[in-house]
Every structure is written in C-alpha cells, then in structure tokens.
Design a protein around this ligand. Structure first.
Ligand code: NAP
Length: 542
C-alpha cells in the first residue's frame, strides 16, 4: 500500500456509549483496528451524561442491552424493570470489562474536527488537545439524543445559583435537599426527575409550555423467577426485538384495530393493558393507534382520563391536559409518580404556554408575565437537538471541505441514517432518517451493517465508499413520504424533537424513518446481501 495511505487506525469512532461498545466488538471481530474517543470521563454515553435524579431507561432492562454475546446476556443480572443511570452505567462497565474493550477507548478527549482527505482517502481526526490521528473509516457513535438544547431565555447568565441543563447534572452530585428548585420543561426528563426531587427539595416549581400525554411505567423489581424466565428465552427475546416495529420485545402487531372493535371492547382492552406499564400500551393493544386519526383520538382521551385521575387539584388537572395534537406527535414519557407529585404541597405547576409566559431568568429566580419565583437551583430540562445535534456540533468536513452542518441546513439527508453523500468512508450509527426504536437494537443492526460494508471494502481492496446521490435522494423521499402519512407529522405544532421542531433557529424537518424498525433492519440486510448498491466503491488512483 502507498505509505501515504497508511492510517493510524482502520476505524475511529466518537462516542463510547452503546454504539461505541458495539462497534468495538464487531470491528475487532472483523480484524479491524479501532479507537473510540469520548469527551466524557467515563464510558456510557447517555448514562454518563444524564445523571439527574430519577434518570432511568424507558425500555425494559432485558432488551435494553447489547445482544452480541449470549454469555453476557446470561451473566448480567438486572435489579429492576427500568434500571436507573447508575445501574445502566454498571452494565456498560461490565460489558467493557468482560470484553476487554478498555485498550480501544480513549476518554476525556474531545474531538475538535474531522476532515476527509481527498488525496489519501483517509479521515484526519484532531482532538482539542492538538493530537491528530488518521483512519480509513470514520464512525459517528455519538448518540441520537445527546446534544442539549439551551433555550435563549433572557438573563440566563445572571442567576447566582447553579443553573444547568438536565443532561449536565453535576457529576459529583448536587445537594438539593431543602432547596428551592425551578425546572423549565416537562418532557421525559422532568417526568422522571420531578418525583425524585420533590421528595427532599424544599420546593419544586415546574414551568410547562406544552402538556404531555404520559403513560405509566410500572416499575418493579426483577425477581429470580422472572430472571430465569427471561434467560431461558433470550434467543426469542432478541428475535422479537429484531422483528418489531419499534425494536422492542413486544407481542405485536396484535391483529386488531380500534376502528374495527366495538367501543365497549376497546375500553375494556385499554383498561386491561394500562396497568401493565411501558410502551406496550401503544403496541399490544391495537395496531391503528398511530395511523388512524379517530383511533388515536379515542386512545388519547383514554390516556388523559387515566393519567390525571389521581391529580387532586382541578386547575392543575386542567393545566396538565394535552390539547390540540395527537397522542405520540410528541414522544410520550413514562410515569414514575409524576402526576402524584403535583398533589404535594411543595410542588407547583406554572403554565408558561398560555397563562403566564416566561419573561426572564433573574439573579434570584424566574420571572413570568405575572410573578417572580425565587430559586436556589434552576434545571433546564429543555431537551436535545436529536439525530443531528452531535454530528453538527463536531465540525465534520467531507469532499471539497463541505461541512456536514451546512449540507443539512435544509434537509438532514442520509441513506438509511448511515451514509451521507459527499462524505466518503463516513458512517453514522442511528443518524438522521433512521428509525426511532429501542436503541440497543438499532445500534447493533447499524453496526453489523457498517462493519459488513467495511469488510467488503477490505476484502475487495476498495479505498473509497462513496454514497450515491440518487440513493440519498430516494431515501429522503421515501422517508418523507412515510412520515407524511403518520400522525407524528403533526409534531411541528408542538415543538416535537422528533421533527427538530424544538429548535429555535431552524425549520422542522423529517428526522425519523417511520416505516417500522423491523422493515428498516430488513432493508439493511437486503442492502448488505446485494453488495451495498446505495454506495459506489472505488480505488484511489496512483
Ligand atoms: P423534551 O421532551 O424535548 O422536552 C423539553 C421540554 O422543555 C419541553 O417541555 C419543552 O416545551 C421545554 N422547553 C424547551 N425549550 C423551552 C423554552 N424556550 N421555554 C420553555 N420551555 C421550553 O426533552 P427531554 O425531556 O429531555 O426528553 C427528550 C427525549 O430524550 C425523550 O423524548 C426521550 O426520547 C429521551 N429521554 C429518554 C429517557 C428515557 O428513556 N428514560 C429519559 C429522558 C429523556 P415544549 O413541549 O413546549 O416544547
């Protein structure tokens, strides 16, 4: 090989969460050298950053894990249905330890830029500390929901106490007992955080712009019997995830629609499933909740009635009632005691959507159009720039120095969320226009696909993998076409991150492939089996 094309590593990836760990496994198995960088001081990705009280997975533990090793699946034991961030982090250490992944991981290293080199076909990666590395294949493993959104609220830097985004909860912990806490935002993060904070804070005041549909989580301990049952059926569980529309081990589709079921029977089935908890309520009741507007309206009314039935104050109930958008146009959080928390004397809900908009943050608190609230701590639970944020925050330059962020100004285009035209040898794990699904399932399917592509290149002696522009246009059009047919397309009415409609500086867009995660995984397989027709393989001259 031309010495100019000698790279420090075959593969460099950014992000040492589930995606980074999965990639280490599959890349090493393929005989590739790999280095994974992470700016964090620990592995774990989401679970390293999101250390707020109550942070836990919303997928059930036994399929919220990597499936590449049957031994690991058998040897790890979860303590509860939805593990908290500490347990998830421990699990990821278990994977890294058992698979001896640490030599491939470099922590505390922020990547400052990544540039495709036209002459050598390599990627040059530069760290903030000034180190430079080259690789043949560059992989974004930075996570789908990782780049925080900091709202442009006036006066934010004047507040005297701790003020931070929920995904930057102080790593050493924060003593909030007896303190007055203000939270801006009422998404999945606040739904998890509020009950925990309210237990010991002097007061918690929640500033809500849009009310959410929320389903019960129903946390429970992992019993020895349940664990035995899971471990005896792991192959089936993993197969279920691979074949499910959201990558989860659910028994659906169920073969019935609300539209074809007598109303009494609909209510009976919804009542029966509600206490079971989890996203199963969406998938194991009826098959038309997310596609048929009338069915969605019926289930939406049911959810509102059930979720609010224990909220005592009628005015608070009124404020917590979602209006004007379909169920799931915003990603519904799972409830671990959120609504009951509003019955506490130390919890206040403030409607900044219609009643008293937020004006500014002051030295001592938050001012709305009607009053001033005094706080010791302010948490911005204001969400993330999903799907594109991490890749845009890191300057990634492809052919002719094109910045990925510039390419995505209008449309966050990709081929299956993995390839981007004009960015040769760049791969994304769960990039824009991939499905929204149980993440470990999607991550692993993406990783297998990426490594298969690299294996082909290595075996056949290709230097470049050039995603085809027409394949990208076709995927963008296909994804947009499916998106248009779903009720999730109404997310732009309510700032849904699923359409990037939560960002102040850009237009809503199609970010998610809603054709079903299982259909998407099939497409990945078909593409690999057909020799990756979406990309052109080439050799560099000379
Ligand atoms: P989110 O769902 O995007 O919620 C952000 C909240 O901040 C919304 O209530 C939003 O109000 C509010 N907000 C944003 N900017 C604002 C502004 N300028 N003024 C007032 N309010 C503002 O974010 P999240 O709760 O962090 O959750 C994001 C996603 O992360 C979840 O949907 C989920 O997929 C993932 N997540 C998962 C878990 C889990 O699985 N365990 C836990 C947490 C998060 P509007 O609604 O009016 O925009």
């Amino acid at each position: 090989m031309n010495p100019e094309r000698q790279a420090d590593y075959d593969v460099i990836a950014v992000g040492a969460g589930f995606a980074g760990l999965a990639l280490i496994h599959y890349a090493r198995e393929a005989g590739l050298s790999i280095r994974v960088f992470d700016k964090g001081s620990d592995i774990g990705g989401t679970w390293n950053w999101n250390r707020y009280p109550g942070a836990a997975s919303d997928s059930e533990c036994y399929y919220y894990c990597l499936a590449f090793s049957k031994e690991l699946l058998q040897d790890w034991s979860w303590s509860v249905r939805y593990p908290g961030w500490e347990e998830n982090l421990r699990y990821m250490h278990f994977v890294a330890d058992r698979c001896e992944m640490w030599p491939q991981i470099q922590l505390n290293t922020k990547i400052a830029r990544a540039d495709f080199q036209e002459d050598t076909g390599l990627w040059r990666i530069q760290t903030e500390g000034g180190e430079q590395f080259t690789c043949r294949y560059f992989v974004s493993a930075m996570g789908m929901i990782s780049e925080p959104v900091i709202p442009g609220v006036k006066g934010m830097d004047t507040f005297k106490g701790p003020l931070f985004h929920s995904a930057r909860w102080p790593a050493g912990g924060l003593d909030y007992a007896g303190k007055r806490v203000g939270i801006i935002g009422t998404g999945a993060t606040t739904v998890q955080m509020l009950p925990e904070l309210a237990r010991s804070a002097a007061s918690v005041t929640v500033f809500q712009r849009t009310a959410n549909f929320v389903m019960p989580a129903v946390q429970k301990p992992m019993t020895p019997e349940w664990e035995r049952e899971i471990k005896a059926h792991y192959d089936e569980i993993i197969a279920k995830c691979r074949n499910h529309v959201f990558g989860m081990a659910f028994d659906s589709p169920v073969g019935r629609n609300i539209a074809d079921t007598p109303p009494d029977e609909v209510q009976r089935i919804l009542e029966e499933h509600w206490p079971r908890g989890s996203f199963r309520f969406c998938f194991e009741t009826f098959d038309d909740l997310l596609t048929n507007a009338e069915s969605n309206r019926i289930v939406g009314e049911f959810v509102i009635r059930k979720m609010l039935e224990n909220v005592r104050d009628p005015d608070v109930r009124e404020m917590l009632t979602p209006r004007g958008y379909p169920f799931f146009a915003k990603r519904p959080p799972l409830d671990h005691g959120y609504f009951e928390a509003f019955n506490r004397d130390n919890v206040t809900l403030v409607d900044i959507g219609t009643r008293e908009p937020l004006v500014e943050i002051t030295e001592t608190g938050i001012r709305t159009t009607k009053q001033h609230f005094e706080f010791d701590i302010i948490v911005l639970a204001t969400g993330f720039q999903a799907y594109t944020g991490a890749q845009e925050a890191l300057p990634i330059r492809g052919r002719n120095g094109l910045l990925l962020k510039d390419k995505w100004r209008e449309v966050s285009a990709s081929i299956m969320g993995v390839f981007v035209a004009e960015f040769p040898n760049l791969f994304m794990i769960t990039g824009p226009q991939a499905p929204f699904a149980n993440l470990p399932t999607s991550i692993e399917q993406n990783t297998i696909y990426i490594v298969d592509c690299i294996k082909k290149m290595e075996a056949e002696g290709h230097d470049l993998c050039e995603p085809k522009r027409d394949a990208e246009e076709a995927w963008v059009a296909h994804t947009a076409d499916i998106h248009r047919q779903t009720l999730m397309a109404q997310g732009d009415k309510v700032h849904s991150w699923m359409m990037g409609a939560n960002l102040e500086d850009r237009k809503p867009r199609v970010l998610i492939y809603f054709g079903g995660a299982n259909a998407y995984y099939d497409k990945l397989r078909e593409s690999a089996d057909a020799g990756f027709p979406e990309v052109e393989f080439a050799r560099l001259a000379g």
